[in-house]
Design a protein around this ligand. Sequence first.
Ligand code: FEO
Length: 170
Amino acid sequence: MNPSSLAPTVVSKLNQQLNHELGAAHGYLAISLWCEGQNLKGFAAFFDNQAKEERAHAEKLTRHLINRGGTPEIEALPAPKQNFKTLLEVALLAQAMEQANTRGINEVYEAALTAKDYPVQVLMHWFINEQVEEEAWTAEMIDRIRSASCAGSLSDLDRHIGRLLGGSKE
Ligand code: FEO
């Protein structure tokens, strides 16, 4: 396909978002390892899966750029946060990460609307729907951690967190 069919503004936003998704993968990997170190194996598995999902999201954007003659530009990633005081702090960070991701996806969509780029608009519909689910699990996780007021209930939550929050979608 003709490379000129992608507007520079759309290429720029797609590249920004694909790096954002890779950054989220990096962040969730760090969170997963922290959970593993706390013997929270259920949370560790959940966040490891999230890291894989974010990587898959980045690949969707990369593939779209390549299929349309664009050039994906992979940037350096900042070191993710790796130390936490509590599991609640982890969940609050996950929520902030997903909210930031939603803002990035909205920016891609707005650029695609302005450029009348229909394929990117359709691609972004998938991401926009995905973000509704992503923000929902972060909110549920925060509620569930706040309700797990003793060590026993936290241990139960750890055992069931993957099933409770729905596991992998992608
Ligand atoms: Fe790529 Fe957590 O959304």
